[in-house]
Ligand binder design. Structure first.
Ligand SMILES: Nc1ncnc2c1ncn2[C@@H]1O[C@H](COP(=O)(O)OP(=O)(O)OP(=O)(O)O)[C@@H](O)[C@H]1O
Ligand SMILES: [Mg+2]
Length: 366
């Protein structure tokens, strides 16, 4: 999968620009606050329909403007695809795939695939389980639309269940909940099974990538704690039983205490919990290893790599890890952003350097 061109209109600090990308390494360079991350964000938007950093779509519309649009043309082994998103100040966006409007946001998924990494992805290792679940949800939704729809249904039923648990009438809760729980367990089982399979494939690859980036000095181990295994039916059955066993506790607390919305992943390096003991560089390397492993799982599933977007990653790693990283991304199209360019870490590798200056593309050639 390769992105060929990206057109931005009134998107963040861009008025109207087009960026062309080459198949290998692309580097968006420029001093701070020029629009490098904005361009990287736009690519991810075209893949998933949402921003990796803004939670309100209207924030991307250039100050003083009413509408914005981004368009990307990508090619995959199935041919060329164009994805366009029109934004407006009302927070409503229109999505077009190959010029045809799609009505459900989920339909944007799978047209252009990418793996996005920027310094805030450190949250993946450092912060709450929610950040790790978000990683699973973003990857799995891009790979499998039915995962995204199951997750949407699950979240809806879960929030209804949680509202019901707050009902002062315990009789109503006991009467109604078992019906909700059948549906909740069914959707939960799809999510859990997909996560189990994904993590089973991802973990050994992430461990291998970490070893590569750390020059064999650190051993990463990943452990997941869903506690439910087997077929979808088996998982749904076990979860439904647990939901009913945990009913009194859930009623007391007023929310659902078990299910995929509580899943987590634990990381250890040479046996120590990375969240507690890992250095910044080690935590960054773990997060990066996960993302690199994610690109391999895409490859295993689709026979081609996603676009790898690495925002501000190089400056955060020591030279040795930078070189290792550049060696590891050789097989796929990569879009780096960086304030400076240290040619020594690229050795003899060619790259497309794109200079960004105040929302304008100053130079865009190999
Ligand atoms: N909706 C918007 N309208 C106009 N400008 C915006 C909007 N949103 C963000 N910007 C501006 O875009 C500029 C560039 O942001 P961006 O994050 O892309 O910089 P960058 O080149 O990645 O810088 P750094 O090297 O510091 O990461 C910022 O100065 C920001 O104020
Ligand atoms: Mg930036």
């Amino acid at each position: 999968m390769f992105i060929r061109s990206l057109s931005l209109k009134n998107f963040r600090n861009y008025v109207e620009e087009e960026i062309s990308f080459s198949d290998g390494i692309n580097i968006l360079t420029g001093i701070n606050a020029q629009g490098k991350t904005n361009a990287a964000e736009a690519i991810f938007f075209l893949c998933t329909g949402y921003s990796p950093r803004a939670n309100r779509d209207k924030l991307v519309v250039r100050h003083g403007e009413e509408t914005a649009s981004i368009k990307g043309v990508a090619s995959s082994r199935y041919g060329e695809v164009s994805v366009c998103i029109d934004f407006n100040k009302l927070d409503k966006k229109n999505i077009f795939v190959n010029e045809l409007q799609v009505l459900k946001i989920g339909e944007i998924l799978g047209n252009i695939n990418s793996v996005f990494f920027n310094p805030s992805e450190l949250k993946l290792v450092q912060e709450s389980p929610e950040d790790r679940r978000r990683f699973l949800n973003v990857s799995l939704s891009q790979m499998n639309k039915s995962y995204f729809y199951a997750l949407q249904r699950y979240n809806k039923i879960l929030s209804q269940r949680n509202n019901l648990l707050k009902d002062p009438d315990a009789y109503i809760i006991r009467e109604t909940l078992p019906i909700w729980d059948v549906q909740l367990s069914k959707e939960a089982a799809k999510i859990i099974k997909a996560r189990n399979e994904f993590l089973k494939e991802l973990s050994p690859i992430a461990e291998e990538k970490h070893s590569l980036l750390s020059d064999g000095k650190e051993t990463l181990k990943m452990k997941t704690e869903s506690g439910y295994y087997g077929t979808e039916e088996e998982i749904a059955y076990a979860l439904k039983e647990d939901l009913s066993l945990g009913l009194e506790r859930d009623m007391r607390l007023g929310f659902t205490t078990i299910g995929p919305h509580r899943d987590d992943i634990k990381f250890t390096l040479n046996g120590d919990d990375v969240r507690v003991f890992g250095s910044q560089g080690q935590q960054r390397t773990v997060a990066l290893s996960l993302k690199l492993a994610e690109t391999e799982t895409f490859f295993n599933k689709f026979g081609e790599y996603p676009i790898l977007i690495l925002d501000d990653v190089l400056s955060e790693l020591d030279k040795k890890r930078q070189r290792k990283l550049i060696g590891a991304v050789e097989k796929m199209q990569t879009v780096f952003t960086a304030t400076g360019l240290d040619r020594s870490v690229f050795k003899d590798k060619s790259f497309n350097r794109i200079i960004v200056e105040n929302g304008k593309i100053k130079k865009n050639k190999k």
